[in-house]
Design a protein around this ligand. Structure first.
Ligand SMILES: C[S@@+](CC[C@H](N)C(=O)[O-])C[C@H]1O[C@@H](n2cnc3c(N)ncnc32)[C@H](O)[C@@H]1O
Length: 246
């Protein structure tokens, strides 16, 4: 029985929460899918960030949890009456019982150890004591790029944030043995401001996702390769799993 959460890593969103919020605000392919597959009224979103997914599903009673204080503060600033945001670690939480849980947009892949992933699933299992579903969305490994250990810094995004022109580059490192993807995002603006955000993600194989769920009280009821319910195959952008309690 695993109960000890891993120590928190430094928060990669600490300095760039407002920029993240602007960059990802328009994304809604995932929320449309979650709305279509909706099964319950009481929803918990783990790794909710600035509340993008929660807001897209705001007709329900929603609790969002994220470990990043700046991300949660932005979510709280815009919360409607049906949304509650809590700062905390998804591998050690206890927020009551829910009908449905979602860990969107790669947030589960931030859990870097088996211990942390098992602790998170154990807490999710307890929160679904009355039944319901847990949906996990993580990136599919780009198998054809496994051999590419380093991809140099490349322009990735630019936009307006609070009247500033901000741009982001991305440098990528891959460790195929550890199934580890490291994304170094560098942010700059015209005034000379700079911030670096290192995102370290675990990449899951499909089979690993199945046995990990089964070892922690769930089974994968459905597995999709994208948010329009496409099949999982090499080249799918996402590994999207709806798990039910065993
Ligand atoms: C890629 S962002 C996704 C944010 C949001 N779900 C969205 O789609 O816009 C990943 C989020 O997971 C959060 N996160 C990472 N590890 C976490 C942990 N152990 N507990 C809670 N949140 C975590 C990060 O702080 C970040 O907000």
């Amino acid at each position: 029985m695993v109960t000890t959460p891993e120590p928190l890593n430094p928060d990669p969103y600490a300095r760039i929460a407002a920029v993240y919020d602007v960059e990802f605000r328009p994304a809604n392919a995932d929320t449309l899918g979650y709305e279509r597959r909706r099964i319950g009224e009481r929803l918990l979103v783990l790794g909710c960030g600035t509340g993008r997914v929660c807001r897209g599903l705001a007709a329900r009673e929603i609790v969002g949890l994220d470990r990043s204080a700046p991300m949660i503060q932005l979510a709280q600033a815009r919360a409607s009456a049906s949304e509650v945001y809590v700062q905390g670690d998804m591998s050690a939480f206890s927020l009551g019982v829910f009908d449905e849980m979602i860990i969107p947009n790669g947030a589960f892949a931030f859990l870097s150890s088996r211990t942390a992933r098992a602790a998170c699933l154990s807490a999710c299992r307890a929160a679904l004591a009355g039944g319901g579903s847990l949906t996990i969305d993580v990136p599919m490994p780009e198998f054809e790029r496994w051999g590419e250990r380093h991809h140099p810094e490349t322009p990735a995004w630019e936009g307006e944030v609070d009247g500033r022109h901000v741009w982001r580059t991305r440098e990528t490192f891959r460790d195929p043995v550890a199934q580890r993807l490291e994304l170094i995002d560098r942010y700059r603006d015209d005034s000379g401001w700079k911030a670096t955000s290192a995102l370290v993600l675990h990449l899951f194989s499909v089979d690993e996702m199945h046995w990990m769920l089964e070892a922690n009280g769930f089974y994968a009821e459905s597995v999709w390769g994208d948010h329009t319910d496409g099949p999982i195959r090499a080249g799918s952008p996402r590994l999207l799993v709806r798990a039910l309690p065993l």
